[in-house]
Design a protein around this ligand. Structure first.
Ligand SMILES: Nc1ncnc2c1ncn2[C@@H]1O[C@H](COP(=O)(O)OP(=O)(O)OP(=O)(O)O)[C@@H](O)[C@H]1O
Ligand SMILES: [Mg+2]
Length: 254
């Protein structure tokens, strides 16, 4: 039976889909069987990030409403043979119940090691539906107070039985070193849950969301999740000391 993990945040645009996709890729690179499920109806874009938009025939709403078998809605990733994507849709004509979605997730869960669920922003019905399918949560947060506040409110909405892990995304080492940005460790201590990892602000992430090249930060994240290690990506040290100060200046002026 797969570990079913919802990737959530409360605040929109902090990197849920990016973390879901790249964590899935990093796990699949370890030959683990991974299903990425987009449960964001309306603002769904996991299919775009994973570059399978043109291959979508059925989506999870079709599976929930029995227009296809759950397996028929899965799309195999072109690069990682153990990675599958279940896309979402722009519009659901009827209300989709949490129980119906849970049934589909549970039917697929036996065939995978991990089911990563991309959750919609906010804490309304779509959020509750996504969360109800999972046993664990990855809460994505950026080092900004508004994001930390929303993550805290989101955590308060999560069931006590859920294992909660925190990922701090978009950390700029140069700004942390100069004291202009909260450090990931400050964010971890404000939220008070298991620190799973740190993802730096990365221009490559912006240009090419699907990082099929080796990415150390996501690899450490996958190791921590799968192997129980506690290695946190260090994006700050290189900006400390005299050479660090020069690097900071160069980054600021570049
Ligand atoms: N570590 C990062 N470095 C640079 N850009 C990033 C990083 N993480 C995410 N982004 C960018 O931030 C934007 C929002 O990311 P993403 O779509 O993953 O957020 P989201 O939380 O899923 O949004 P939504 O709430 O709308 O579903 C995207 O343009 C993405 O490329
Ligand atoms: Mg998203």
């Amino acid at each position: 039976m797969a570990r079913k993990i919802v990737v959530t945040s409360g605040k929109g645009g902090v990197g849920k889909t990016t973390v879901c996709a790249n964590l899935g890729i990093a796990l699949a690179k370890k030959s683990l069987r991974v299903l990425l499920m987009d449960l964001d109806i309306g603002l769904n874009n996991l299919d775009v990030v994973m570059q399978v938009e043109d291959k979508v025939v059925f989506d999870f709403v079709d599976a929930v409403e029995n227009r296809c078998r759950p397996g028929q809605a899965l799309i195999q990733d072109a690069d990682e043979p153990t990675l599958y994507i279940m896309p979402s849709c722009h519009l659901a004509k009827r209300q989709i119940s949490a129980d119906a979605v849970k049934k589909v997730v549970n039917r697929l869960a036996d065939s995978f090691d991990y089911v990563l669920i991309d959750c919609p922003a906010g804490i309304d019905g779509g959020f509750r539906r996504a969360v109800s399918c999972a046993d664990e949560a990855v809460v994505v947060v950026t080092p900004h107070l508004s994001s930390v506040r929303d993550a805290d409110k989101t955590i308060a909405q999560l069931n006590d039985a859920l294992q909660i892990n925190i990922v701090v995304n978009r950390v700029r080492g140069d700004l942390v070193a100069s004291g202009e940005m909260l450090s990931a460790f400050e964010v971890f201590s404000l939220l008070g849950h298991n620190p799973l990892g740190v993802i730096p602000e990365n221009d490559d992430v912006n240009c090419n969301l699907k990082l099929h090249t080796y990415n150390k930060a996501f690899d450490l994240l996958a190791n921590n999740l799968h192997g129980g290690t506690t290695q946190i990506y260090d994006c700050v040290s290189q900006y400390k000391g005299l050479f660090g100060k020069i690097k900071r200046r160069l980054k600021r002026n570049g």
